[in-house]
Write a protein that binds this ligand. Structure first.
Ligand code: NDP
Length: 407
């Protein structure tokens, strides 16, 4: 019987707990742990009500390696699913090595004091995971995660060589708040205010945040949205592992309202991540802002509309130019009905469960530290269709690919 330990009881942790509970033949025993055990208990009660399964709960500080290693040993988990925050990635990898456990996460490590998105810290664990005979899977959410798998699958089945990659993340949902983020506000705002980087002819090119944007029309009447080019971590691993890629860009939709609020918050200093002195106390403005913004985990009940996330990929097949668009559309209200979360948490939590399933079943369990595109995409793609994130691949003419207007 396979035992897993899920760390983090936020919006994504809620989805992972529910989805793992729905696959009892793979996830035999589940423990959900977070700093605040009451959050885990509330999720466990909902899992019981919806699926009839009992999951154990525990309190843990994931920054504390010894404490987490002790919990891993106590639960007997062979896989730790990290859906806490990117700050905890390294301490949780350390705890896994100490206690002899495999590791999975959905976001790359970030130091708290500088918004820096790169895999170098985690890739540096390669030898230690190899020596310990343990496996780590990095970035098993949607983006990164499914977008990496879409790319690997397209390379396997549609191309001899991929030349351009445009990952387009549209959230057509509306939660009715003046301003809220769909996942952890601190992490989200650090990401969208960072310098933009995209890959072009063998190097990353830096441009000002949000400086390039255009309209994008999603399929299946999801709508037309303004998408903004920004840096996203999967670009780094994808261009490393698929070196034929000449240009890679990441785009995300933002409403004018979101951008207006963000600009004001930035201008008044509320998105700063350095300490400021306030009434004799040191506070970090962005952390204070998080405390006053709506909790992303509570948005599910009021969010309507759909997300549409996918990759436009061009390249060569049998000497001929070829283009495809692989995408998933996900309905916020349906997610809420199924697991009590909106689609952003859902589209992250389901791939985390599927990545964990691949590791526990053995298809994706290799010693060392791996990004998603380094594994065989086929079983993962099949599971997306099975477990709530069905995808579609359409072939585009080169002219149509150009009309996706992401050059
Ligand atoms: P939340 O802020 O809603 O939840 C984070 C959880 O982590 C909270 O329950 C919090 O616990 C817990 N936590 C934080 N610090 C610690 C700690 N030191 N020890 C133990 N638990 C801790 O975040 P989300 O659920 O929205 O996001 C979770 C992760 O998913 C993030 O890393 C995010 O970057 C990633 N993500 C990835 C996406 C993708 O597509 N790849 C998309 C969206 C998110 P408590 O409240 O008890 O203190």
């Amino acid at each position: 019987m396979k035992k897993v330990l899920i760390i983090g009881a936020g919006g994504v942790g809620n989805v992972v707990a529910h989805k793992c509970a729905m696959v009892p033949e793979v996830f035999g025993e589940i423990t959900l742990a977070s700093r605040t055990v009451a959050k885990c208990e509330a999720i466990a009660a909902d899992v019981k009500a919806r699926t009839g399964r009992d999951i154990a709960t525990a309190a843990v500080d994931a920054d504390n390696v010894a404490e987490t290693a002790e919990l891993i040993r106590k639960t007997g988990a062979t896989l730790l699913i990290n859906v806490a925050l990117p700050y905890q990635d390294l301490s949780l990898m350390d705890a896994c090595l100490e206690a002899g456990c495999d590791y999975l996460d959905t976001a790359n490590y970030e130091p708290k004091d500088v918004a820096k998105f790169e895999y170098s810290w985690q890739w540096a664990y390669q030898q230690r995971f190899l020596d310990a005979g343990r496996s780590a899977l990095l970035g098993s959410g949607f983006d990164p995660g499914v977008t990496n798998v879409f790319t690997a699958w397209a390379l396997k089945h549609h191309f001899d060589e991929i030349h351009t990659l445009d990952i387009i993340d549209v959230n057509g949902g509306d939660h009715g708040h003046a301003f809220a983020t769909n996942f952890n506000p601190e992490i989200n705002i650090r990401e969208v205010t960072a310098e933009c980087r995209h890959w072009e002819d063998g190097e990353f090119v830096e441009t000002a945040p949000m400086s390039k944007h255009q309209a994008f029309t999603c399929p299946e009447e999801v709508g037309t949205y303004e998408i903004y080019r920004m840096y996203h971590e999967e670009l780094e691993s994808l261009v490393k592992h698929i070196p034929s890629i000449k240009r890679a860009q990441f785009w995300m939709s933002f409403s004018p309202n979101y951008l207006k609020h963000l600009e004001v918050l930035q201008n008044v200093g509320m998105t700063r991540i350095d300490e400021v002195e306030y009434q004799g106390q040191k506070i970090i403005p962005l952390q204070f802002l998080k405390a006053v913004l709506p909790n992303p985990g509570d948005l599910g009940e009021r969010t309507k509309g759909r997300t549409c996330i996918g990759n436009v990929i061009t390249g060569i097949k049998d000497g001929q130019p070829k283009a495809v668009y692989v995408y998933n559309i996900c309905d916020h209200e349906k997610c809420f009905e199924e697991v009590g979360s909106q689609a952003i948490s859902y589209t992250t939590g389901v791939p985390a469960m599927i990545g964990a399933k691949q590791m526990l079943e053995g298809a994706w369990r290799k010693d060392g530290v791996w990004n998603m595109e380094q594994h065989d995409p086929d079983p993962f793609m099949a599971d997306l269709n099975e477990h709530g994130l069905p995808w579609t691949c359409i072939e585009l003419t080169p002219e149509q690919a150009a009309s996706f207007a992401v050059a």
